[in-house]
Design a protein around this ligand. Structure first.
Ligand SMILES: [Zn+2]
Length: 420
């Protein structure tokens, strides 16, 4: 007879987790192997119904809050204690993959099933959470309902967001029957862990299985309008031109140089550009472009912004054009909780999994939850770093490894906070 599982050698059922991923991937499946499951659509309702039924079958009580966030709770010894929570999101981009968000929710479910199988009783209740509208594809901004939970947005702000057809978030939420009775927020969590694919190439390139996420990097977004003069492409001598698109070329080079000057962690991107009037025989008199600067350290992003201003002044003076820069988003760096990070790191080490610390380059629900609960994330590699793409792929082995780290981090945190 096999020895009974003790908490530290307990492992999830990798096959059962993979089956859950494939089963829910049928809801909104695309021809290219991805998922199109926009938030608060009927497909979102179907996957929510699947998740709620699975959680109830696992003996959980299910609470739905006023923003449609779903909390499935497995009781502990003392149900007055704030729960140790896990979770992520089941909504996808219109051409999303099978793993982004999904594995964080389904691995949480698998952890609860594993605890049930082994008969382990935790001190605090353990919860799995599905956050509404993480992607922001149908209703901007992203991470809307975890943001309301954390007090970043008001419920009314969320309810009045509209999709491109003019349907409000509130109408869509009521339409699928997922506006719950519980208020959104004010629900104390002992800790929160989110398992997610990396959505970047670093873990794969370094052959690491686990990314121990130390936080989310700072991001600032800008809009830049360069104003020169429209003039005839045939009759305006080169020395008399005020070519805004030529100046934009220098700006793009400058943004790139700025990021390289703060290597290896800084990134800088001009991702959108519009030349006006955009006619083949007119020297472009106006250009609109966006700039995205990111770095794990707020002070470095601030320094990059300062240097960007100096570069823009020089480019504008040289080209004889005007430059108007607007910062329209400023998201400070989010450091995760040192004890939660350490729990993830120890869980990976105890299982012999190659791991490294990593900063998240993208936003996640955990970035908002970190404002109201001790939080950390676990990354697993995805093929080529490809995500927000129907070809997004992760291996069953890596997803299972991530789920096992999640399980052990949750058990250790329950014992650390509340005693075993
Ligand atoms: Zn995601």
């Amino acid at each position: 007879m096999a020895a009974p599982a003790t908490p530290s050698n307990l492992r999830i059922d990798a096959g059962r987790l993979w089956s859950s991923i494939l089963e829910t991937a049928r809801i909104g499946a695309t021809a290219k192997g991805g998922i199109n499951r926009l938030t608060l659509t009927d497909l979102d309702r179907q996957v929510r119904d699947w998740f709620v039924a699975a959680c109830r079958a696992a003996g959980c009580t299910v609470t739905i809050d006023a923003l449609g966030n779903i909390f499935a709770r497995r009781p502990g010894r003392d149900n007055a204690l704030p729960p140790i929570a896990m979770g992520s999101h089941l909504d996808t981009q219109p051409t999303g993959g099978k793993f982004d968000g999904v594995i964080g929710v389904l691995a949480g479910l698998e952890v609860l099933r594993t605890l049930n199988d082994s008969g382990i009783e935790t001190q605090a209740p353990i919860e799995v959470i599905n956050w509404t509208n993480e992607e922001g594809s149908r209703f901007a901004p992203a991470m809307l309902a975890s943001g309301v939970f954390a007090g970043v947005f008001t419920p009314d702000y969320a309810y009045t967001r509209q999709d491109r057809d003019g349907v409000s978030f509130a109408e869509a939420l009521d339409g699928i029957g997922y506006r719950g009775e519980a208020p959104c927020g004010g629900r104390k969590l002992g800790a929160f862990f989110e398992l997610h694919i990396e959505q970047g190439p670093i873990l794969e390139a370094e052959a690491k299985t686990i990314g121990v996420v130390s936080g989310v990097q700072a991001m600032r977004w800008y809009e830049l309008t360069l104003t020169g003069a429209d003039s005839h492409a045939g009759t305006t001598p080169m020395r008399l031109r005020r070519d805004a698109l030529l100046a934009a070329a220098s700006v793009i080079q400058a943004v790139n140089a700025l990021a390289l000057a703060h290597a290896p962690d800084a990134v800088g991107t001009v991702g959108l550009i519009e030349a006006r009037p955009n006619s083949r025989n007119v020297v472009p008199g106006e250009v609109f472009l966006t700039i995205d600067l990111r770095h794990p350290d707020d002070a470095v992003v601030a320094a990059m912004e300062h240097q960007l201003g100096i570069a823009l002044d020089a480019i504008a003076a040289e080209a004889g054009i005007g430059a108007s820069l607007d910062r329209n988003w400023d998201s400070p760096a989010v450091p995760f909780d040192p004890d939660c990070i350490a729990a993830v790191e120890r869980a990976a080490a105890a299982q012999g999994l190659p791991a490294r610390r990593i900063t998240s380059g993208a936003g996640h629900d955990a970035a908002y939850i970190a404002r109201v609960a001790p939080t950390a994330m676990i990354f697993v590699p995805c093929d080529g770093g490809v995500s927000h793409n129907e070809l997004e792929n992760a291996s069953a082995e890596h997803v299972a490894a991530g789920a096992n780290v999640l399980l052990q981090a949750v058990l250790e945190t329950d014992a650390r906070l509340y005693g075993s």
